[in-house]
Design a protein around this ligand. Structure first.
Ligand code: BTN
Length: 253
């Protein structure tokens, strides 16, 4: 079986057979002044999902976290979730060339779906490290397993007929992440990333529902704005700019 490289995309890679959470490990390393690096693991026993949820992390899937310092001015760092989603899209295409790329969509703000089913989760966490901002981008890709009984459809690559070793997928991810980070930093910051993301967006131009902490909004998913907010046009024509929420297609109501 292919192992993880010691260096990927110019950054050191530390591999653990088992760990609590690669994100927690990367944040701990930032706390002790560690350099920019990747942390990968075969298994997580305290995998973290968005909004405090657990991320079930059995061997066979990819669990990776990238630690960076000041990748962008602090107000712009949340955009890194779009950068990561694009890198994952690229990496899955590289590692699974027989997969028709139109089946892979980016769901706002940071999931990657295969035929509308969640394949990837991305969790960005930050911490102050001395005079810098440490940004950890955690990426979990379902290669061989997916959890059952979720509130939304979920899948894994093997389930769809594609066998990919986590280490092989990681090797592509590290390269693609570097390319997408460079694209983000080039030129007018978010413009190229935004455009690339919109081309692969899930339910763009369609009726969706966005679940917010206190209410659910329904409307047409127009675009994302220059900062990454989801632009939703309501039935009364009013445009809502949403910065955090869970998107569902209106057909899944
Ligand atoms: C989500 O809820 O969709 C985000 C899931 C993020 C999971 C990844 S797996 C690698 C990294 N380490 C963690 O503990 N979480 C992220």
């Amino acid at each position: 079986m292919m192992g993880f490289p010691a260096v990927a995309g110019g950054l050191a890679v530390t591999h653990f057979a088992e760990i609590g959470s690669t994100n927690a490990e990367a944040l701990a390393r930032a706390g002790s002044g560690g350099p920019e690096q990747w942390i990968v693991a075969d298994r997580q026993i305290a995998g973290r999902g968005r909004r405090g949820r657990q991320w079930v992390s059995e061997p066979g899937n990819l669990f990776s976290s990238l630690l960076l310092y000041d990748p962008a001015p602090p107000a712009l760092t949340p955009q890194i979730c779009f950068v990561a989603a694009l890198a994952v899209h690229d990496a899955v295409r590289d590692a699974v060339p027989v997969l028709d790329p139109v089946r892979l969509k980016l769901k706002w703000p940071n999931d990657v779906l295969l035929d509308g089913k969640k394949l990837v989760g991305i969790l960005v966490e930050g911490a102050i490290a001395g005079s810098k901002q440490a940004v950890v981008t955690g990426i979990g890709i379902n290669c061989a397993h997916h959890p059952e009984n979720m509130a939304y459809p979920v899948t894994d690559l093997a389930n769809e007929g594609f066998r990919v070793a986590p280490a092989a997928l990681f090797e592509r991810l590290a390269v693609r992440m570097l390319d997408r980070l460079a694209q983000w930093k080039r030129g007018s910051a978010f413009a190229a990333t935004r455009q690339a993301w919109l081309k692969r967006a899930y339910e763009l131009g369609r009726e969706i529902e966005v679940k917010l902490p206190e209410r659910t909004l329904g409307g047409c998913f127009e675009e994302i704005d220059g900062e990454g907010a989801l632009v939703l046009t309501l039935a009364n024509g009013h445009r809502e700019f949403i910065r955090a929420g869970d998107v569902f297609p209106a057909s899944q109501r």
